[in-house]
Design a protein around this ligand. Structure first.
Ligand SMILES: *Cc1c(COP(=O)(O)O)cnc(C)c1O
Length: 461
């Protein structure tokens, strides 16, 4: 082995037993689930890598916070604790809790864009794209071209293509761009980091054209750890200082707190200093989420979130966390399995297009590999490719994604080295019989965010 597994900087105090099904049972379960892994029961999954969202293990301090949560409808102490923590870390004046990331998008986006407007992002996450479209606008992705080449190892593959950003602004007209969104890390490109310099350059362009700049901040801490590891000049800067600098370049952020803040539910909306915008957000929060001091969350959720915001910054934890990805990636390197490399922050994005060159984009190679992983080892993963991307909202045609990934998203503080080895072994076994694996077709789909609900069946010749 070329790389050492970084040991867990914690020990286990409470356990959850997991069920183990036979291969025959798994084949039956996935057929009953209409080949959609979101339809599986959690208890029928051995290693659940569907998402790192809300699947994290909380610490003893956070569980103590559950008991201390203040459930007052208005003015709960847990709310003030959370606002203070977020102000301290991000340096923004206004902080609004919401129930999860998409709620922040729903509250904010309709205030900044509508019909005829565009949102430009390094890459829109699926719910982000959905809320841009629900607000009546169109979403344009503008990631650096290296992101589309899974084999190309560059340090900041999640970056915005700043030259293309400027030409898109000129092409559509600055007044038509409702928002520029920087997703850190770049989830859809494989949890790839964005450099502090790239955030600064993007901010400069936004200022030049008078466009508002938002950070989609789900993985603010993992991104900061990559900056510290990879960006010259940041070796001796603390994670907290890096975060403060990165956020200083933007005007606002939306955050799914179900990721780097290591909780099971929560979201934040941050606005640097625009009081008028914050007032409007408060109004929409009350309509959609609940009163401003709880924003769709229980007091105990606010309390755990306040604690998790700080726990997520711990460098020993981040080194172990990113180390798990690097260990799995090294095992795939040894076996010659392609993935979005270098590995990103929250999971390994296996290149299903290269594993199954015989399956075209519209037969969903990423979904086919996810189904095989479940049959092989009870691992639940998900497609990040054409199946997730869906259809063009104007023409209804299947869109052709730049990548066909199967994402093995790793929950925080949940699985051990032995589990990671099972993931690697399963992928190696599937690779050996890759040419036998078939594509899939959709037999039913809803109009938006279809991958959560669609039904599929294997394509038999
Ligand atoms: C998870 C996520 C969201 C949406 O957040 P939810 O909490 O799932 O609603 C938005 N953007 C990114 C980058 C995410 O990873």
């Amino acid at each position: 082995m070329g790389i050492k597994y970084i040991p867990e900087p914690f020990r286990i105090k409470m356990v959850e037993t997991i069920k183990m099904l036979t291969r025959e049972e798994r084949e039956q379960k996935i057929a009953e689930a209409k080949y959609n892994l979101f339809n599986l029961k959690g208890e029928d999954v051995y290693i659940d890598l569907l998402t790192d969202s809300g699947t994290n293990a909380m610490s003893q301090d956070q569980w103590a916070g559950v008991m201390k949560g203040d459930e007052a409808y208005a003015g709960a102490s847990s709310y003030f604790k959370l606002v203070e923590a977020a102000q301290d870390i991000f340096g923004y004046k206004y902080i609004q809790p919401v129930h999860q990331g998409r709620a922040a998008e729903k509250v904010l986006f309709a205030l900044l864009m509508g019909e005829g407007k565009y949102s430009i992002s390094n890459m829109h996450f699926d719910t982000t794209r959905a809320h841009v479209e629900l607000a009546g606008a169109r979403a344009i992705d503008c990631v650096v071209p290296e992101a589309a080449d899974p084999a190309k190892r560059v340090p900041f593959k999640g970056n915005m293509d700043v030259e293309k950003l400027e030409s898109l602004i000129k092409e559509h007209g600055a007044d038509k761009i409702g928002l520029v969104i920087m997703t850190i890390t770049n989830n859809s490109a494989g949890g790839q980091p964005v450099a502090a310099q790239n955030v600064r350059e993007t901010a400069d362009i936004c200022k030049k054209y008078g466009i508002k700049f938002c950070i989609d901040a789900a993985r603010y801490a993992e991104n900061a750890f990559f900056i510290k590891q990879r960006e010259p000049g940041y070796e001796n800067t603390s994670i907290k200082e890096i975060i403060k600098e990165v956020f200083s370049y933007a005007d606002m952020f939306t955050m799914s707190a179900k990721k780097d803040t290591i909780v099971n539910m929560g979201g934040l909306l941050g606005i640097k200093d625009d009081e008028e915008l914050f007032q409007a957000c408060k109004g929409r929060t009350i309509s959609f989420e609940g009163f401003v001091t709880y924003g769709g969350l229980s007091g105990r959720d606010l309390e755990c979130l306040a604690i998790g915001l700080y726990e997520g910054l711990d460098e020993n934890y981040l080194r172990y966390r990113i180390g798990q990805m690097e260990y799995l990636a090294a095992r795939l390197d040894e076996a010659g399995i392609a993935y979005q490399s270098p590995v990103g922050g929250h999971g390994v994005f296996v290149d299903a297009k290269s594993m199954f060159p015989h399956i075209p984009y519209n037969e969903f190679p990423g979904q086919a590999l996810a189904i095989e992983l479940y049959k092989e080892a009870g691992i639940r993963s998900c497609d990040i490719g054409s199946y997730m991307l869906g259809n063009d909202p104007d023409t209804g045609e299947q869109l052709h994604a730049d990548f066909e990934f199967t994402r093995l998203a790793i929950p925080r503080r949940v699985y051990t080295q032995a589990h990671i080895d099972i993931m690697a072994d399963a992928l190696i076994n599937i690779k050996e019989r890759a040419s036998e694996v078939k594509g899939y077709k959709i037999t039913w789909e809803p109009p938006i965010l279809r991958h959560f609900q669609a039904s599929l069946e294997p394509i038999e010749e």
